[in-house]
Write a protein that binds this ligand. Structure first.
Ligand code: PNS
Length: 183
């Protein structure tokens, strides 16, 4: 009998957990997932339920957007969790936590989080992937701010997310307007 390592099973293969708020999911997140699929057989997008962060979208809305985007990608699973990430990871077959790094400014927060998670579970590693250059300035927080103020976020988040943002902020569904100096 072949002894399976943690994170490998004959149904799932190598699994990575990609945790986050995903409020909402951006193309920066999607880029990380798509590149991770070159390394892992499954990526579980794990949406943290944390009402203290006062999310714009409910967990159900966030899950729905992620599932809709990846509906033709069975290697991506969307789920949500409450409480400690390490406890959630322990219930899955994942071998690593996956996180994207945009810039050095992300590093300190990520370093603390990865170190804390590793002290809670010494078997657990966090794998960081650098965000592609096209998305290094994209964050869910700035996407929400720009959308709330009526700016265009097309191309930075999927169309479905653009529509949901416009619904949330009660904005008309129009095409992106490029602001120019002579406007
Ligand atoms: O997208 P975010 O908001 O940067 O993601 C942060 C997240 C959800 C990964 C982090 O807050 C988390 O893991 N929350 C679960 C609670 C937990 O385990 N906290 C201890 C980690 S230091």
């Amino acid at each position: 009998m072949v002894k399976m390592k943690k994170g490998e099973d004959k149904n799932m293969g190598k699994v990575a957990i990609y945790p986050g708020s995903f409020d909402p999911m951006t193309y920066g997140h999607i880029d990380i997932v798509e590149r991770a699929l070159e390394i892992f057989d499954k990526v579980i997008i794990a949406i943290a339920e944390n009402e203290e962060k006062r999310p714009l979208f409910s967990v159900e809305e966030r899950l729905q957007m992620v599932r809709a985007f990846f509906e033709d990608t069975p290697k991506v699973i969307a789920d949500s969790f409450k409480g400690l990430l390490v406890e959630y990871v322990a219930k899955t077959n994942a071998i690593v936590i996956l996180r994207g790094l945009r810039a050095t400014s992300d590093f300190e927060y990520e370093f603390h989080m990865a170190s804390m998670n590793r002290s809670l579970n010494t078997h657990l590693d966090t794998l960081f992937m650098m965000t592609s250059k096209d998305y290094f300035f994209v964050s869910s927080r700035t996407i929400k701010e720009v959308a709330r103020l009526g700016g265009g976020v097309e191309g930075l988040v999927p169309d479905l997310v653009v529509r949901r943002l416009k619904e949330k902020f009660k904005l008309p569904v129009t095409k992106k307007k490029q602001i120019r100096w002579d406007d």
